[in-house]
Write a protein of this length. Structure first.
Length: 352
């Protein structure tokens, strides 16, 4: 049965944290969604509640290899996005970013369709300009431990704009800043994941550095709205466009906020800051405001409440949904979460 109302849309990395939310959003808009994922970091549990949707389909596929499908749009989100995951196999991370871009651009060129690249604020590296506008070229270490991701995404952007200039391909490039929310993996090594799991288990909450380094965190519902707005924008809006929340917060403030919201008895402790970890990161979203009419609406406290609620489905103090391993951290069990749970409703309706 063909969906006569909407578009046929391919989402690579569709079973990941962001990809699964994007699948939901596009399905809710009446589109026919094809989710492609090799499940290296994506999880079937992220999309299990969508499997009975009549216009949703899943294919196991690695974007390092060509994919031959017939679609109307492509969102290219496939790539490990947290340091724990992308540093596990750095060569494969580069291949996914670069070969994945080449293969998806080739598909878009053959079909003569729009394609959106999920790029990252990591292309700015350890920025010397603050906040970071899209015109800033970045300050990146090309041979560091984070380079597989940083430079892989920078090369992908190069490919997108070369395809645009050389072949007239319709492209959109979103530079995504730190995003959080339900379906983050408890063991992905990201700061919000770490703080929440540690707080819920009353473990020491670990800050790497003195706690004065800053980040800006965007709730996932807001970010997905921004991605869709970029894809649907006029042809001449190619990007790159920063998508993130311009509210800057220190790691110490973030840790204390999560501790308070979780009602935790954890201590906050400090360890050595890792190499190439940026001291400050905040998006200049002037372009997104002016060209897309987009800006985030959720406050950090609002978003954290629902993220903590989600994590509680995996981690409780009785060890029912999670086991703790001293070496590897939190090992989430199969999620009991389903589409009717509180955090699955759009944020705006949850806050009424």
């Amino acid at each position: 049965m063909k969906n006569l109302k909407g578009k046929r849309i391919l989402i690579t990395g569709g079973a990941g944290f962001l990809g699964s939310h994007l699948c939901e959003k596009l399905l809710s808009h009446g589109h026919d969604v094809l989710c492609a994922d090799n499940f290296f970091t994506g999880r079937k549990s992220n999309i299990a509640h969508l499997m009975d949707a009549p216009f949703f389909e899943v294919i196991r596929h690695d974007v390092c290899f060509p994919l031959y499908v017939e679609v109307d749009e492509i969102y290219n989100l496939a790539c490990p996005a947290s340091p724990v995951h992308y540093q596990t196999d750095p060569v494969q991370t580069v291949k996914t970013a670069v070969l994945g871009a080449i293969n998806m651009l080739g598909l878009a060129k053959r079909l003569k369709i729009r394609i959106l690249q999920a790029s990252t604020s990591e292309v700015y590296g350890c920025p010397e300009t603050h906040p970071q506008p899209e015109a800033y070229w970045g300050h990146v270490n090309p041979i560091g431990i984070r380079s597989c991701y940083d430079e892989g995404k920078r090369c992908a952007e190069t490919l997108f704009f070369d395809y645009h200039r050389q072949h007239g391909l319709g492209i959109k490039v979103a530079r995504i800043f730190n995003t959080y929310g339900p379906r983050m993996h408890p063991n992905d090594g990201r700061v919000i994941s770490n703080f929440i799991t540690q707080a819920l288990l009353n473990m020491d909450m670990t800050i790497y550095g003195d706690g004065m380094q800053t980040r800006s965190f965007c709730y996932v519902d807001d970010l997905i709205n921004g991605i869709v707005a970029l894809m649907d924008s006029q042809d001449d809006i190619t990007g790159p466009v920063n998508l993130g929340n311009p509210r800057e917060v220190t790691m110490l403030t973030l840790a204390q906020t999560i501790k308070d919201l979780a009602g935790s008895k954890s201590r906050i402790v400090f360890k050595k800051r890792p190499a190439d970890d940026p001291m400050r990161r905040r998006p200049d979203i002037t372009m997104a405001r002016e060209k897309l009419g987009w800006a985030p609406t959720a406050t950090l406290e609002q978003g954290l409440k629902f993220t903590i609620l989600y994590f509680e489905q995996f981690i409780n103090k009785n060890g029912k949904h999670a086991a703790l391993d001293e070496k590897d951290g939190i090992k989430p069990a199969v999620s009991s979460v389903h589409a009717g749970d509180e955090y699955m409703r759009p944020l705006a309706s949850r806050l009424r």
